[in-house]
Design a binder for this molecule. Structure first.
Ligand code: CA
Length: 229
């Protein structure tokens, strides 16, 4: 069963999401406040995707997201942001979320995004030791999904890991936003390509000495990004 945490304090929205997730073959686990959500996640490691509402009675959804990442969890996180709150999306992604959905959302849109994250966080066949990628100061091990720079581990979310793997396999080759979006988020992804930029920005903060003038992850203006080592 694909378990999905649904953190939403408004009963009508939560019930709507829960009913539709069940219909789509997921097993929803409900939480009505931030602290309850963190408890549910700690007690149930089978939950691999979480939907987090932003406005909550106790701690807000961004804080829940930060705490999940601070505990070292790499589950897929989708923020449920209110319509027109552009900043919410950015704050959510900077807090460590993988994606966001704007309310009001359609069930098809939501389940497509959850499906994409479930595939992304799913078990992949274990590659052999030789498949380790060594480039410059970076070593990426697809078996353990660990990235190291100069021997020090860099903690990545699942989306960031997938981006790194794609970049390292395409060293020196420009990759367009559309290509990144369809490779990482899935062909049926119906979001905006801004999600790519925000994840790149976050990745740079983790990888680069100075994220404002990147040495490895370069912007190709009007096109996309290129990895060089
Ligand atoms: Ca709310």
């Amino acid at each position: 069963m694909k378990k999905v945490l649904v953190l939403e304090d408004e009963d009508s929205i939560r019930s709507f999401v829960v009913i539709n997730l069940r219909r789509a073959g997921f097993e929803p686990v409900e939480a009505v406040c931030g602290m309850e959500a963190l408890d549910r996640l700690r007690e149930d490691p089978e939950i691999r995707v979480a939907l987090l509402d932003v406005m909550l009675p106790d701690i807000d959804g961004f804080e829940v997201c930060r705490r999940i990442r601070a505990e070292g969890s790499s589950i897929g996180i989708i923020m449920l942001s209110a319509k027109g709150q552009e900043m919410d999306k950015i704050t959510g992604l900077v807090s460590g979320a993988d994606d966001y959905v704007t309310k009001p959302f359609s069930t098809a849109e939501l389940t497509a995004r959850i499906d994409a994250l479930y595939r992304r966080t799913g078990e992949e066949p274990a590659p052999r030791r030789e498949d380790e990628l060594r480039q410059g100061p970076f070593v990426l091990n697809p078996r353990t999904r660990v990235l190291e720079k100069d021997g020090k581990r860099i903690k990545l979310t699942q989306i960031e890991y997938a981006l790194m793997l794609l970049f390292m396999k395409n060293r020196g080759k420009p990759l367009s936003r559309e290509e990144l979006l369809s490779q990482i988020w899935g062909k049926e992804y119906i979001g905006e390509d801004k999600v790519v930029d925000v994840n790149i920005r976050r990745l740079r903060v983790k990888l680069e000495e100075d994220s404002a003038s990147p040495e490895y992850l370069h912007t190709i203006w009007g096109y996309g990004y290129q990895w060089d080592t």
